[in-house]
Write a protein that binds this ligand. Structure first.
Ligand code: APR
Length: 173
């Protein structure tokens, strides 16, 4: 059985096998969680990202974690919110699925997610939290060896919405 829980904190400090970055399609680093991860991972990360040659929205790429406690960084590119009619929910769900698949392919047993697209990309938090929890619950985590999923909120608002989404989707409800 895979545990899925939400915590409030800084994802760069998480002691898990893989942390997920909310990246841009150029994998060029930036602000928000992308900036925090690049600062914490150190100078080896930018060239590793450049070597990947970018990443389309809704997909993810993996690099080592370098100076981070996490062994891997999975760079997921979330959708920019344009009102919900441009496939944003499907692209956001795909970010979580492809991140889980990459983590499993690399033998990760624990993974931490930030609230992808909920900052600069403007995705409404409550809707994004529902999409993320549904995507994770629908993915065969236990069968693929992922034992622990952490949803790392950087604000009380995100923490509240992730908590609500987890409670509403608890198995057996
Ligand atoms: N740990 C966990 N979560 C964090 C951290 C952190 N250290 N820093 C920020 N966050 C949260 C934000 O509060 C937000 O809830 O991550 C969520 C995603 O926000 P952004 O980092 O702005 O990411 P996103 O909305 O997906 O926009 C991505 O921003 O930084 C650039 O290069 C990035 O172009 C890309 C865009």
């Amino acid at each position: 059985m895979t545990s899925i829980e939400t915590v409030e904190g800084d994802i760069t400090t998480c002691r898990v096998d893989a942390i997920v970055n909310a990246a841009n399609s150029r994998l060029a680093g930036g602000g928000g969680v992308d900036g925090a991860i690049h600062r914490a991972a150190g100078p080896e990360l930018p060239p590793a990202c450049r070597a990947l040659g970018g990443c389309p929205t809704g997909e993810a790429r993996i690099t080592p974690g370098f100076a981070l406690p996490a062994h891997w960084i999975i760079h997921a590119v979330g959708p920019v919110w344009h009102g919900g009619g441009a496939g944003e929910p499907e692209l956001l769900a795909a970010c979580y699925r492809t991140s889980l698949a990459l983590a499993a392919e690399h033998g990760a047993r624990s993974i931490a997610f930030p609230a992808i697209s909920c900052g600069v990309y403007g995705y409404p938090v409550a809707a994004a939290c529902r999409v993320s929890v549904a995507s994770i619950r629908d993915w065969p985590c236990a069968e693929r060896g992922i034992e622990r999923v952490l949803l790392v909120a950087f604000s009380a608002e995100v923490s509240r919405h992730w908590g609500a989404a987890l409670s509403a989707s608890r198995p057996g409800l």
